[in-house]
Design a protein around this ligand. Structure first.
Ligand code: NDP
Length: 330
């Protein structure tokens, strides 16, 4: 099991040492009779930035409960699992499911949360149900279409563009006939965006001393749609470069997880008024849609032992594409 050792209280990014891999023994591989639950073997675990928020002490301001630091209670997240024994007529041994599960090899699920059955179609890797066909793909789809209404010829900017959400946003925008530029944190990611994912251009934001100047270079006519995955200084620079009647989907603020105090703040917010920008935050759970079939890059680590480093790596940008942990080969 992967457990959280203690809450992170100083606002920094998570590190692998914040978690520990512990061993406990199940009495038997069975769902207790009369429990209505079912026992699953976890096959893939999803590493998602929102999990950082669950490592904070509980707060009424949070939309999701904090994990419980404990030597014997694993953290939880989205996963793909196989039912091995069931006391619930809706789930049979052998079913594959995607949804909330424990970061452990076996989980007894008593109250199914956000679970859906998936068919074992060998054309689609099971892990894709944590990315392209799961929550991040869903986020890209509803954020782009429901909030931004892309039109052919528009200029679209995506930050954290090579990640689970960003890579899909960019490709959907290309399918709509937009000109798409992405930012990412390494040369490898930047190269992947243009050579593999069809972005028109991409840049490494870590090499840009002046983000406003960088955006002016890539968007001399301004930005119609900014899909914001990072917040902070990039959002501030994008505000300066939006066109009149532009749209900003505020999807995530991964650059802000480590910010505790009020920081420098967003200085350019008045552009929302001057340029009549529509800027809207959203949660993917607000929407239901279908997913198109597009190129998808994921980054898989093997073994539960690798899970803490895999999760921590999201915050130093080590993942290239959607990060998942393969607990055991299916
Ligand atoms: P990614 O797969 O993109 O992984 C995280 C990436 O964030 C890293 O690879 C890194 O890429 C980048 N990053 C890390 N730290 C920073 C930083 N300080 N500044 C800028 N970039 C940083 O994650 P996802 O695609 O799963 O998530 C992307 C965003 O979408 C997150 O903010 C997440 O919270 C949000 N989200 C929101 C949802 C919603 O319902 N609103 C649902 C799902 C996700 P790089 O090397 O390019 O810096």
């Amino acid at each position: 099991q992967v457990v959280l050792k203690a809450y992170i209280t100083d606002g920094r990014a998570p590190r692998k040492d914040d978690m520990a891999v512990t061993v406990s023994t199940l009495p038997e591989l069975k769902a207790p009779k009369g429990s209505g639950g079912f026992l699953v073997k976890n096959l893939y675990l999803s590493c998602d930035p929102y999990m950082r928020g669950r490592m904070r002490p509980p707060s009424p301001a949070s939309y999701i409960p904090s994990f419980l630091p404990s030597r014997c209670q694993p953290i939880e997240g989205f996963g793909v699992s196989e039912v091995v024994d069931s006391d619930n007529p809706e789930f049979q041994a052998g079913d594959f499911i995607a949804g909330m599960t424990g970061w452990e090899e076996y989980t007894l699920i008593q109250k199914p949360q956000q679970l859906r059955k998936i068919s074992r179609n060998h054309a689609v890797p099971l892990s894709y149900h944590l990315g392209l066909l799961g929550m991040p793909g869903f986020t890209a789809y509803c954020g782009l279409y429901e909030l931004c209404s892309p039109k052919a010829g528009e200029f679209v900017f995506v930050s954290a563009a090579s990640g689970a959400v960003g890579q899909i946003v960019g490709q959907l925008a290309k399918l709509e006939g937009c000109r798409v530029v992405g930012s990412a944190g390494s040369a490898t990611k930047v190269e992947m965006l243009t050579s593999k994912m069809g972005f028109d251009a991409a840049f490494n934001y870590k090499e840009e001393a002046d983000l406003d100047a960088a955006l002016k270079r890539y968007f001399p006519q301004g930005i119609d749609i900014y899909f914001d995955n990072v917040g902070g200084e990039m959002l501030d620079a994008a505000l300066l470069n939006m066109r009149v009647k532009g749209r900003i989907a505020v999807c995530g603020m991964v650059s802000q997880h480590a910010v505790t105090d009020s920081g420098p703040g967003i200085r350019n917010i008045s552009n929302v008024i001057v340029k009549r920008i529509k800027m809207q935050g959203f949660l993917q759970s607000d929407f239901l849609h279908l997913y198109p079939d597009i190129v998808y890059v994921e980054d898989v680590d093997d073994g539960l032992e690798s899970a803490p480093a895999a999760l921590a790596g999201l915050f130093t940008g080590e993942n290239i594409g959607k990060k998942v942990v393969r607990v055991v080969p299916p």
